[in-house]
Design a protein around this ligand. Structure first.
Ligand code: FES
Length: 109
């Protein structure tokens, strides 16, 4: 089997000091959870919508935006207030990665 030789996106979780290679177009949520990177704060770790864009609790700051998809409808709904303060804020389950990005998680536990 011949594997295509090309670069894959790297997500750098700044606070956690972790760098992860992910498939092109992958969401931030799954690699974060698989590597113990907290995207949910407090009780939202247990009470969330499991990546369906319905709870708005998995907020992370992702940059540069040129390496991600555009804001989804659900992100525009949940983040309408936060985006005025930080235009890089996204929902980890909605943001797709198409190049190297840095991610700043928003909670400490
Ligand atoms: S997990 Fe609920 S909006 Fe992302």
């Amino acid at each position: 089997m011949i594997l295509e030789d090309r670069a894959v996106p790297i997500i750098t979780f700044v606070r956690e000091n972790k760098r992860l290679e992910v498939p092109d177009g992958d969401h931030v949520r799954y690699p974060a959870l698989e590597n113990d990177v907290p995207v949910y704060c407090g009780l939202w770790k247990y009470a969330n919508c499991h990546g369906n864009g319905l709870c708005g609790t998995d907020r992370v700051a992702v940059s540069p935006s040129t390496n991600t998809n555009n804001l989804t409808f659900m992100e525009r709904f949940w983040l309408r207030g936060d985006l005025k303060k930080n235009p890089n804020i996204r929902l980890a389950c909605q943001v797709e990665v198409y190049g190297d990005v840095t991610v700043d998680t928003q909670c400490k536990s």
